[in-house]
Unconditional design. Structure first.
Length: 297
């Protein structure tokens, strides 16, 4: 499998954005079958450049994450990136996970601090582990041979009480520690991304690819829950439309496709090196947005 930094360089040379999708490990066997036998094959028809697979809160899906990434690469020949978090893991345990990943041909890692076990509450470092994701990035870089991604937050991390400028400084430190590219948290106002990008590149000297993460929404309630959890802001006009739709998820889905398409068009005009779609393990909306943009190869 290719290293994602090489994929981005090849796309830059070819004059096109990289397209990637994110999946999460399902909780049931039926969900596994749907993801691996329906969703992924449907999205593969778009010829994406790579995909990623998340960890559950507290690293609760570690083995499943590795297994899904392995299957995607073996069965579908698509480069897949494994998320890895600091939660509930010592340095030695993280080394073992990375060794298993390498043995399975998984060379692309998204290094994250991660959410607390259960997804809520105070984040506490594991004794013998890492407090910050920059430490995890440096640890992986020290092992050699991996391509490392990290997460960026256009509106600042929800847990960063010192504000977004402090958060962005820490992000620059993660790049200095060895991150090859940045994928952002979801956002719904491109102005947040533009300010984030300008500060990183012009004031902090970040030179790695900064890839926006987009969510074509599937329901009003779900979207509001996501944004509350991650601290993303919903524009007033956006919220008003969701309120108008109420429980009409079919209308919300179509609006989500339209909104994400417009977002992506503006981001591509801005010159982003790629688009990373949070698929929520569904194919329809992401497929429509990618086709609307003329990026299905």
């Amino acid at each position: 499998m290719q290293l994602i930094r090489d994929i981005h360089e090849a796309c830059r040379t070819a004059g096109r954005p990289a397209v990637s999708f994110e999946f999460f490990p399902p909780r049931t066997e039926e969900g596994d079958r749907t993801l691996l036998e329906k969703t992924i094959p449907a999205l593969l028809a778009l010829k994406p450049d790579y995909c990623s697979v998340t960890f559950g809160a507290g690293g609760s899906t570690r083995e499943k994450t590795i297994g899904i990434v392995d299957r995607i690469q073996r069965e579908h020949a698509l480069t897949a990136m494994m998320h890895l978090t600091c939660v509930n893991s010592t340095r030695e345990q993280l080394g073992e996970v990375l060794a298993e990943a390498r043995a399975r041909g998984i060379d692309n890692i998204l290094a994250l601090r991660g959410d607390p076990p259960g997804g809520t509450g105070e984040w506490i470092a594991t004794e013998g582990g890492f407090q910050y994701s920059s430490e995890l990035v440096a640890f992986i870089r020290g092992l050699g041979g991996y391509c490392i991604g990290t997460a960026g937050f256009p509106e600042g991390h929800i847990a960063q009480t010192a504000g977004k400028l402090a958060d962005w400084k820490f992000l620059a430190e993660k790049v200095e520690a060895g991150a090859d590219f940045i994928i952002t948290q979801l956002f719904f106002d491109n102005e947040d991304f533009y300010r984030f990008h300008e500060h990183l590149t012009k004031k902090l000297g970040v030179a790695v690819p900064i890839i926006p993460g987009l969510l074509p929404i599937l329901s009003g309630k779900q979207t509001k829950k996501f944004t509350e959890m991650c601290g993303a802001r919903l524009p007033a006009a956006f919220v008003a439309r969701l309120d108008d739709f109420g429980d009409d998820d079919a209308a919300v889905i179509e609006y989500g496709i339209e909104y994400a398409t417009r977002q992506c068009e503006a981001l591509l005009k801005f010159g982003v090196p790629g688009l990373h779609f949070y698929s929520l393990n569904k194919a329809h909306s992401t497929t429509q947005v990618v086709r609307n943009l003329g990026l299905a190869r």
